[in-house]
Design a protein. Structure first.
Length: 181
């Protein structure tokens, strides 16, 4: 098998990116949790939503997995955090390193995309978590808030969608560069 795209999504943004990527590169798409023969794929792309410092389904998908020599592994995170912000990227990378047992620099390529949030669709637990974060940020002095904190405060309770399928272009280029697509 040339490649496979696996996704972990709760509210649809990672799923949308996975399907768009599949249309561009021709890899089949599988939801995380399904039995997938990762060892048979020359390229494994995992697209997962960020929640509370973790990537949905990442640990479960890669448990008991070791990349074989020459196999390419890509992890694509999807969240409301701005991937152009170096602090956000550093935090995301740190989280992914903790979740992947085979993490070694150079073995896993990371990409970060923006998704969105629809407060009306959030589960009770997620709404509660967001409310607790909002409440804790309101107690801080305005000068101590990061740019990301200020954006969160501004958008709290709003429905936003930062999905940008054109943001897949660097990943598609890298997939094409190292493959016989």
């Amino acid at each position: 098998m040339e490649g496979i795209i696996i996704y972990g999504s709760r509210y649809g943004h990672a799923s949308a990116y996975a399907r768009m990527l599949s249309a561009q590169v021709g890899f089949p798409v599988v939801r995380c949790g399904k039995s997938v023969p990762l060892a048979d794929a020359a390229t494994v792309v995992y697209i997962g939503s960020l929640y509370a410092g973790g990537v949905v389904g990442l640990v479960r998908t890669f448990r008991r997995y070791t990349p074989r020599p020459g196999q390419r592994v890509f992890v694509v995170t999807v969240g409301i955090s701005d991937p152009a912000d170096e602090t956000n990227v550093a935090n995301i990378c740190s989280s992914v390193r903790r979740q992947l047992p085979f993490w070694q620099d150079g073995k896993v390529r990371l990409f970060h995309l923006r998704g969105g949030i629809d407060y009306g669709r959030l589960s009770f637990i997620h709404k509660t978590m967001m409310w607790m974060l909002y409440r804790s940020l309101r107690k801080k002095e305005a000068g101590s808030l990061s740019q990301e904190d200020r954006l969160f405060m501004e958008l709290y309770g709003c429905n936003v969608d930062f999905t940008d399928h054109a943001a897949l272009a660097p990943l598609v280029c890298e997939l094409w560069a190292g493959s016989a697509l």
